[in-house]
Design a protein around this ligand. Structure first.
Ligand code: RFL
Ligand code: PHB
Length: 393
């Protein structure tokens, strides 16, 4: 493969944020190149998010990746929060007028790859040792190795879309960065199984044994999670043990009626809240998980990545095409204002629904009182619904 030596915007990371940003810039006539550490097969094998806010759906439609999402995505009007047999229904549609769409991140990413292929965008897979230089100059460079050869690309701007473990964030000098972090003392054990979903809407379950989530991908593919200690290993969790633990945490009627089957994927993910400020340093912009991580309890990670792309793509188009710096100057503050609200919501949902090992008896009462308040107060339900369906951009 011959790689060009110049592009307008170099994008580090070919996950959903890098691909979507690239696609929107290409549609506006801006040239991009994507550098991705893993193979495409690996990126597409990661089972992650499942819930898209309406703003995310709108952005994907704008990017031209709408067909399969419209055909296979499942609109959800609400979800349940439960505590043993108490089931509180949050009716998004009635409370906010909005819905969410259940459609897997894997599918979104596959569609974005197809759209980028159709655009003819160069995506270099298997890159290592990425170095971003000259961020304070009119033209910056990104150096990388691929198949044993060192290469360099000159660009106007760099988008750091390389996730939490990428190189972009650490390119910003430590004394410029302010980082905020909370690590939760548990993880989520996730299972994908070829069985019909346990319920027609998602169930977020609080119980004295810990949190559980019943989610789905389609009418014959379910996604379940249970809270586990971070010290647990996946191979300590047989399918039988997983199903038994899940059923103990879900409302009894759901547990009795649900179908179980062999798992087709099983993994443990840590839970953390993390944010770095600012999101811009010279010509470099941080986007998505490279800039912030939320615990998955509020389904916000992918949706936040998309709202970052919303703010950045317009700003970069203005900078590249009209030589106007107003948008890129405002990017960090505008994106962070929304990020912090989603950070708060994800933290609150996590605290409300999980059991902490070292907690006192007071904590359990607070969780139950929160759910009971949600049951009785439409105002409380509306607040939750407004955050869950996604705050406006
Ligand atoms: P990604 O998806 O991590 O992609 C970053 C890409 O960058 C590559 N990379 C590099 N490339 C080049 N050079 C380097 N040095 C590189 N280092 C890394 C990586 O290989 C990768 O391909 O970040 P992005 O694009 O910002 O997207 C973020 C989302 O993936 C993430 O926020 C969500 O998956 C979070 N999330 C959820 N979000 C939701 O909105 N709704 C959900 O329901 C939801 N559920 C979840 C989730 C995340 C989970 N896990 C496993 C963390 C459920 C789980 C279990
Ligand atoms: C999922 O289906 O993977 C999922 C759904 C909702 C969440 C987190 C994950 O809050």
């Amino acid at each position: 493969m011959t790689t060009r030596h110049k592009t307008q915007v170099a994008i580090i990371g070919g996950g959903p944020s890098g691909l979507l940003l690239s696609q929107l810039l290409n549609l506006a006539g801006i040239d991009t190149l994507i550098l991705e550490r893993s193979s495409r097969e690996h990126v597409l094998s990661r089972i992650r998010a499942g819930v898209l806010e309406s703003g995310t759906v709108k952005m994907l439609r704008q990017a031209g990746v709408y067909e399969r999402m419209a055909q296979h995505g499942i609109p959800h009007n609400g979800c349940y929060l439960t505590d043993n047999d108490l089931m509180v229904h949050i009716n998004f549609k009635e409370l906010t007028g909005k819905q969410v769409l259940v459609f897997g991140q894997t599918e979104v990413t596959a569609d974005l790859y197809a759209a980028q292929d159709a655009m003819g965008t160069e995506i270099v897979h298997g890159v290592t040792d990425v170095l971003i230089n000259d961020l304070d100059q009119t033209r910056s460079t990104v150096e990388y190795s691929v198949e044993g050869t060192r290469k360099s690309i000159e660009c106007r701007y760099v988008a750091g879309c390389d996730g939490f473990h990428g190189v972009s964030r650490n390119t910003i000098p430590a004394d410029v960065r302010q980082e905020y972090e909370r690590i939760y003392p548990f993880g989520w054990l996730g299972v994908l199984s070829q069985t019909p979903p346990a319920n027609d809407e998602l169930i977020y379950a609080n119980s004295e044994r810990g949190f559980a989530l019943a989610s789905m991908r389609n009418e014959n593919l379910s996604r379940y999670y249970i809270q586990v200690p971070m010290t647990d290993k996946v191979d300590e969790w047989s399918d039988e043990r997983f199903w038994a633990a899940l059923k103990q945490r879900l409302p009894s009627a759901t547990a009795e009626s649900m179908m179980t089957g062999p798992s087709i994927e099983k993994s443990i993910a840590p839970l953390r809240s993390f944010a770095t400020e600012p999101l811009r340093w010279g010509n470099l912009f941080l986007v998505g998980d490279a800039a912030h991580i939320v615990p998955p309890t509020g389904a916000k990670g992918l949706n936040l990545a998309v709202s970052d792309v919303f703010y950045l793509h317009g700003a970069l188009i203005d900078a590249v095409k009209n030589n106007s710096k107003t948008g890129i100057d405002a990017y960090s503050d505008r994106a962070l204002a929304r990020i912090w609200k989603s950070m708060r919501f994800s933290w609150q949902m996590t605290t409300m629904l999980h059991r902490f090992d070292d907690e006192d008896s007071f904590a359990g009462q607070m969780r139950r009182a929160t759910l009971s308040h949600l049951e009785k107060s439409e105002t409380a339900r509306r607040d939750l619904a407004e955050n869950y369906v996604g705050l406006p951009y």
